[in-house]
Design a protein around this ligand. Sequence first.
Ligand code: NAD
Length: 479
Amino acid sequence: MTVIKSYYGGTYRDGAEKRFAKTYPATGEVIAEVELATKEMLDEAVAMAHEAQKPWAKRSVQDRGQVLIKCAHALREANDELSRLEVQDVGKVFAEAVSADVPSGPDVLEYMGAAIMTYHGTQHQWPGAIGYTRRIPLGVCAGIGAWNYPVQIALWKSSPALAMGNAFILKPSEMTPLSALKIVEVMEDAGLPKGLLNVMQGDYTMGSAICSHPDIAKVSLTGGVETGKKIMMQSAESLKRVTLELGGKAPLILFDDCDLDKAAATAMEANFYTAGEVCSNATRVFVHRPIADEIISRMKTMTDAMTVGDPMADDVQMGALISEQHLQKVLNYVDQGVAEGAELVTGGERVHPQGFENGYFMRPTILSQCNDDMAVVCEEIFGPVMSVLIFDDEDEAVERANATHFGLGAGLFTRDLTRAHRVADALEAGNVWINTYNLIPPDMPFGGVKQSGFGRESSHYAFEAYSDVRATYIALDDE
Ligand code: NAD
């Protein structure tokens, strides 16, 4: 049995006292034993990271940027291997991992390497004085990851931190411990100094130890809202800086003048990609009454044509959910929706594909006749369950779309230019898409408002999350 260890100070480490089993979601088989790092191991890793950080921060931005760009190229070379690990970790289909999810990590790393070379502060002048600001690294920063996009989360968090001159400690989700280790190996081979990027394996106890560690300056979480609240509380003692990338329940508003083909296909993708385990997914699809029957019928046809099963097979569109427990939670939501009056358009049941009978699979599910108070509409399900809601006019759609404590993503489809901008401006979300959904190029920020969190990943805004600003004032006369 493969044993998965923690990696810090440039090598794999012993010292763990407990292990847990890592299963492949598509078969339910245990594929590795993961050693949970101890608090003492974290102390050691943080001390080593501090040693590595000091010379790294002194290197020029050109130098640091070039190292990170080389690392990005090396990770692209390892794209296939990383994608296979992503599939073993998450159970998502290989085609998605290899074409989008995994490459999105090196894309942001490359961007951060290039962007840090041109990132600069401000300059100021007054009678008899000048001033300037510059960004300074925080020291040792940490990332605590969710299980849905382990490669992306590892790199979206660590790359701006490293570019800024910090060292980084990553705690992947206990459900997905595999790929982070390969990322560090590849990056160190490509020239990243040892000790700068470190992986601590563990569950919430390691997450808590990171939050309370006095020598870690910042923690960035990708996870649920309740976890976000705990991270903030635990980080308060050391006044750690915190970035929170939390859950969502995004609205997608389809107006009656939209391109029906594109809108229906996008709504499906915005719900069933990665088996619906995407934080920004548009799980509340608001459809203008005149096109409702047509849109629902098109989506049903497309959903019924989707194949669920072996994530490595070319003809499969949806893989497994992350665990038995999560699958049951998602199925319970569907039952609850139906009990509360929703109509099951399609899906809603567990499936046992041939050869993968013990995997955590279900059919992609569409619920119509939903109302705003149903649990399936109010709560984050994090599975392949779309709720369709009908609306009659624009103001109503916007008001209902905003009636949630989440605020991560939002989208709309219309051919009316002024309406598109008016509605985009009125939606309470960190990311809004018009006539498309869920696209995040590396130079666009990603993150939430309201209880979906704060702070931004990707783009130059991410640098702010991993640095402080220092203002220097210089008197020009000697009096
Ligand atoms: P989770 O909140 O259960 O766990 C996330 C991470 O936090 C894990 O590494 C876990 O070990 C750790 N953790 C849990 N409790 C902790 C505690 N008390 N102290 C410290 N660490 C703790 O989330 P999950 O089930 O892994 O992921 C699903 C959630 O993540 C969903 O809500 C989803 O929307 C969210 N998510 C958000 C984004 C985003 O960018 N906004 C992206 C992906 C997932």
